[in-house]
Design a protein around this ligand. Structure first.
Ligand code: GUN
Ligand code: ZN
Length: 439
């Protein structure tokens, strides 16, 4: 058997550009073959053209009737909030006080953090998400637990310790100095170790003092290849609060700008109540927006404006924002993104939604060429989607007149049941077990 080469036969879909900007952005092979060597993509194309080029006896896994896409990338999610998903509250700020902070307190215990990290990664993989940009808690041990679990599974994940030195309970508060020191130690321990990447994580401007944002900005300058993640302009009460706390700033986003926290590899969740100057500034600085529709509808935060974001040329991707987000599924996130766009007078084709959940997210993370599509040499993180996963999906997808219609049905009706398998670096990391038929 040829060392290290394997192939997967299926329909294939991936992107080399944004379908909103280029008609040739997507690559579709009805009867396709994905060839993987040493955990990286060696080739992706038509089965008929590629199969004869394989060394004899190359193992070919037969997924005919299914769809292989790059693994989904979720650019904003909180692993410690797994256990409090679907907790009711009248808006963001009471939700944080009543559910989030008490839940995050438990991550001072490394055993608890390790157990939740394992469950969380199982859940991501069950949903076809192979990379995520993840919030841990204020406790450094919550980061160690997460990266330990991720690196053992060979996953590419980005994560960081929350920085929070005011307007939170004492039991979750760090300070500018210790928060900075702990973050730097975690960068040295984890950033670039195997597939792990570090993210500086000031929770949001209202829970950091000026001193803490200053330290975060200094670290962001000292380590330009680490990520920065935070929340901005999610909810109108939060926006008013941020402006009260930073009266010198032109806007809520401008608070981060003043501390050097807008730059490539900076990813801000929500971005709903931005103005045109903010959008232009995000685009000019290479700062990315993580769009979190299930969360925004759940908390009643508002509707992301796709048209204005596109006009400004912002980097965009989709994200779940679990635990305010109500699903780990990027398919369900597409479903809600589509409706948010409609309510704002925009239209999101299915092709665009699959782009935003794969290559668009990789670009937002400056990881194009590493993950997010099937270009030669890209890490072979991919998923197998089953258009017949449920009776309704099977019925709806059996009579589609176009690829767009077929993908749209998969996005709107699909969830974890539609993910037949997930692979990381060509290795099977999740396989869906068929449900037992009722007696
Ligand atoms: N703003 C500050 N912290 C959070 C959080 O944990 N979730 C959401 N959705 N918004 C936030
Ligand atoms: Zn969030």
């Amino acid at each position: 058997m040829p060392a290290n080469i394997q192939a997967f036969r299926s329909s294939l879909l991936h992107f080399t550009a944004d379908p909103a900007a280029s008609p040739d952005a997507h690559h579709w092979h009805q009867d396709g073959l994905l060839v993987v060597e040493g955990g990286k993509v060696k080739a992706a194309g038509d089965y008929a053209a590629l199969h004869p080029t394989l060394p004899p006896d190359t193992p070919v896994t037969d997924y005919r009737g299914k769809l292989i896409t790059p693994g989904f990338i979720d650019t904003h999610i909180h692993y410690p909030q797994t256990d409090m998903i679907a907790s009711p509250a009248p808006g963001l700020l009471p939700w944080l006080d009543n559910f989030t902070f008490p839940t995050e307190r438990r991550f001072e215990d490394p055993a608890h953090a390790a157990a939740v990290a394992e469950f969380f990664l199982d859940e991501l993989l069950r949903n076809g998400t192979t990379t995520a940009l993840v919030y841990c808690t204020v406790h450094p041990q919550s980061v160690d637990a997460f990266f330990d679990a991720s690196s053992k599974r060979g996953l590419r994940m980005a994560a960081g310790k929350v920085l929070m030195d005011r307007h939170c309970p004492d039991f979750l508060q760090d300070c500018a100095e210790t928060g900075g020191r702990d973050s730097e130690a975690l960068i040295r321990r984890w950033h670039g170790k195997a597939r792990q990447l570090y993210a500086l994580t000031p929770r949001f401007a209202p829970t950091s003092t000026e001193a803490q944002l200053q330290v975060a900005g200094e670290l962001a300058r000292a380590y330009p290849d680490v990520y920065v993640q935070s929340h901005v302009s999610e909810n109108q009460d939060e926006c008013r609060w941020a402006m009260d706390l930073f009266p010198g700033a032109r806007s809520y986003l401008d608070v981060y700008d003043r501390y050097g926290l807008l730059r490539p590899r900076a990813v801000y969740g929500h971005c709903i109540w931005l103005d045109d100057d903010d959008r232009a500034r995000m685009a000019a600085t290479g700062t990315a927006a993580a769009i979190c529709p299930t969360s925004n509808l759940f908390l009643g935060s508002g509707l992301f404006d796709f048209a204005k974001a596109d006009q400004a040329g912002m980097l965009l991707s989709l994200a779940t924002d679990v635990g305010a987000g109500t699903s780990f599924s990027m398919l369900q996130t597409m479903n809600e993104a589509y409706k948010v766009a409609r309510l704002q007078g925009s239209y999101l084709p299915a092709l665009r939604m699959f782009y935003l959940a794969t290559l668009g997210a990789a670009r937002s993370l400056q990881l194009q060429g590493t993950i997010g599509n099937f270009a030669t040499g890209v890490e072979a993180d991919f998923i197998v989607l089953d258009p017949q996963a449920t009776p309704l999906l099977a019925r709806r997808t059996s009579h589609c007149n176009s690829l767009e219609e077929w993908l749209f049905a998969l996005a709107l009706l699909g969830d974890d049941r539609a993910v037949a398998a997930s692979y990381a670096q060509g290795r099977l990391v999740h396989e869906r077990v068929a449900e037992a038929a009722p007696d």
